[in-house]
Design a protein around this ligand. Structure first.
Ligand code: FAD
Length: 292
């Protein structure tokens, strides 16, 4: 049963991280965290109800986006898609993430939606999440009993389900500093420009001249969670990227994914075009973001 009327809830406004985690500790599964609200408010208008909403709006220090050539990129829990787009460091060092933010939804959404909210939503179509899956990263989670780090590789467990516990607040994501020769890219396919992805792909290649030393290749909209493509990654490892190799990759992708029919596309179509999308995102990474 769906409704456009939100169920009632108490809006809680902590003024520090420690206040926020204390509230999470006392309310547990009766509370949800509100960042930009672009997923949460939609869910509340449909079939989701929760007694308490803990807003991050007044919590200082979570809006930091910092880059250090050795330490890498730190994305705080209130960093929005617009913050990502405005960052020259992200554009230069993490093009896959910048490209995902560029095509994400609409200007209004990009002003509000956060990167960490996209990760916490655990959608198999999440654009920034996918770019970050290819780039690799570690999420810092804090609860009243302390902090822990979770690798993104271990974070998405099934559709909408993550390794985050009910009493944990996501504080920041740490993305490693790129080594010389790292190239990354993101591409997606949608029904219309501002729609959610019907298929998306992201790569991060560690190149030594024309040779690919190692690769992380990720796809979305092809299973209950975002997936990596280990066979494709193996083909790329220690290989020169030639037209024949790209064709081999394109032919392999379908054997690594399990898409379904849904309102955005059919399983059959996704299986047919996924290989071409992966081939194109690799070429985009090699061309430094030029879509030739
Ligand atoms: C019209 C529209 C268009 C969209 N287009 C796109 C698109 O093109 N690509 C795309 O990937 N997504 C899209 N989305 C989905 C949504 O905008 C993104 O997933 C967004 O990044 C979510 O961020 P948020 O800050 O709004 O999260 P919220 O809605 O505030 O939160 C999302 C979930 O994460 C939890 N959460 C958030 N922050 C924390 C935290 N710090 N700690 C613990 N839990 C937390 C919340 O409790 C909630 O469960 C679209 C949504 C709409 C409504």
């Amino acid at each position: 049963m769906t409704s456009r009327v939100m169920a009632e809830f108490d809006l809680l406004l902590p003024y520090s991280v420690s206040e926020a985690v204390t509230l999470l500790a006392s309310h547990g599964d009766k509370a949800a965290v509100l960042a930009g609200g672009t997923d949460l408010l939609v869910a509340l208008k449909f079939d989701y109800a929760v007694e308490n909403i803990i807003s991050l709006a007044q919590v200082p220090g979570l809006d930091k986006l910092t880059y250090d050539p050795e330490g890498g990129l730190t994305i705080g829990a209130r960093v929005t898609l617009v913050d990502i787009l405005k960052s020259a460091d992200v554009k230069e060092h993490y093009p896959a993430l910048w490209q995902a933010a560029k095509v994400f939804a609409t200007p209004q959404l990009r002003n509000t939606a956060t990167v960490l909210g996209n990760i916490l939503r655990a959608s198999p179509a999440g654009d920034c999440s996918l770019a970050l899956y290819a780039l690799g990263g570690t999420l810092t989670l804090e609860s009243a009993s302390g902090r822990r780090e979770v690798d993104l590789d271990d974070f998405w467990l099934s559709y909408g389900v993550t390794a985050r516990k009910n009493d944990e607040l996501a504080i920041a994501l740490q993305v490693p500093a790129p080594q010389a020769g790292q190239k990354s890219a993101f591409r997606r396919m949608t029904r219309v420009t501002e729609d959610l992805s019907k298929l998306n792909a992201a790569v991060c290649l560690q190149m030594d001249g024309d040779k690919c030393l190692s690769a992380r290749v990720a796809m979305g909209c092809v299973g209950p969670t975002l997936v990596r493509l280990p066979k494709v990654e193996k083909i790329l490892r220690q290989a020169g990227i030639t037209p024949d190799l790209l064709q081999e990759i394109s032919d392999t992708v379908a054997s690594e994914i399990a898409p379904i029919d849904d309102i955005r596309s059919s399983a059959d179509y996704r299986l047919k075009v996924a290989g071409v999308l992966v081939k194109r995102v690799i070429m985009l990474a090699l061309n430094g973001g030029n879509d030739q």
